[in-house]
Design a protein around this ligand. Structure first.
Ligand code: PMV
Length: 332
């Protein structure tokens, strides 16, 4: 089964010509607290386990799409045309799924509030915003589970970027992945803060797709991973129910460290840490030993994302440099 098969399945009977001149989509970035790492189907981005995330409020992507008369797609990122490179290619590959006649060429204008490819989930919100913009352009009025499936075809974690707050991506069991989509979790936690600790914003040396595949293929610990995530999800859902911050933070941090352990034990190893990443981790552990409740998570990049409560925000910011504070439940 190909991505195109899934797109046709979802769009069967729906308009194949734009119903509006411009379509718009706005999607928040998301950070996994229980990670997606490893696929059971590489083509359709079907995961080996569920995952669970928190969205980053106003940090995300805003995309406008229109059909244009041109030879090639026009991709504009933060006001700058992009004509080559892996970002352009990923966008064009995704758009290839939505060309319903030979001349369907698009202009995609994205305003992204997150650094591209620095482990801050820029691809997640980017693909989700594109799917929302296409839905608006063609006036398909798809429900959120279908939008989530389409976003997943762009990048797995994009399936979680259609909602604010906490989101649970159910791995699903079907071969066609029609049961693998995100669902919002109905829990508000207004005091919760996510601190983006930017250590390095350059492009990562190896993409998550390749790193993930290598972990599945070569890490001797990979067999333990799906069970670990399942446990982490149960613990996180329990922490959300009871607003138990330490349980939430501890579970997220351990899960991130376990994911990086899979990478470190891959052959050849994948290591996204920079020396400053380790320095920051140790500092966080020391602060915790001193009684300050702060935890971190880390994705496919050297930056850390901190979890803490608003009451400790000032103290944490004074102890750690360059943190962008996000309040996921503030109005946006
Ligand atoms: O969706 P991808 O292919 O960019 O992979 C995301 C992988 C992690 O960010 C490391 C984990 C996650 O669940 O978001």
């Amino acid at each position: 089964m190909t991505k195109a098969d899934i797109v046709w399945k979802i769009l069967s009977g729906l308009a194949k010509v734009p119903a509006a001149s411009v379509g718009e989509g706005l999607a928040p970035s998301n950070i996994a607290l229980c990670k997606y790492w490893g696929k059971r189907n590489k083509t359709l981005n079907l995961p080996v386990s569920d995952s669970l995330s928190i969205s980053l409020g106003q940090y995300g992507a805003k995309t406008r799409m229109s059909r244009i008369e041109a030879q090639n797609d026009e991709v504009i990122l933060n006001g700058q045309p992009v004509q080559t490179g892996s970002f352009y290619q990923r966008v064009v590959d995704f758009l290839n799924l939505f060309r319903f006649d030979n001349h369907m060429v698009y202009r995609v204008e994205t305003q992204s509030e997150v650094p591209i490819a620095a482990g801050l989930a820029s691809s997640a919100c980017g693909f989700a915003a594109m799917v929302l913009a296409l839905n608006d352009l063609f006036q398909w009025q798809l429900d959120t589970s279908k939008l989530s499936i389409l976003a997943r075809l762009g990048s797995g974690s994009a399936s979680r970027s259609l909602w604010h707050g906490f989101v649970h991506w159910q791995q699903g069991l079907r071969d066609d992945g029609m049961d693998s989509f995100g669902l919002p979790i109905n829990v508000q936690w207004p005091d919760l803060c996510v601190g983006l600790m930017l250590i390095d914003q350059s492009e990562k040396p190896i993409g998550s797709r390749e790193a993930m595949e290598r972990s599945v293929r070569t890490s001797p610990y990979f067999h333990a991973w799906p069970g670990l995530v399942e446990q982490a999800i149960t613990q996180t859902l329990n922490a959300l129910d009871t607003h138990n911050f330490d349980q939430l933070g501890q579970t997220a941090e351990s899960n991130a460290l376990a994911m990086h352990a899979l990478m470190h034990t891959s052959v050849p190893p994948v290591c996204y840490h920079l020396p400053q990443t380790l320095v920051a981790m140790k500092k966080i552990w020391t602060l915790r030993e001193q009684g300050l409740p702060v935890y971190f998570t880390q994705d496919a990049g050297p930056n850390l994302k901190l979890l803490y409560l608003k009451e400790n925000a000032k103290q944490i910011q004074s102890q750690l440099d360059s943190i962008i504070q996000v309040e996921p439940f503030a109005s946006h």
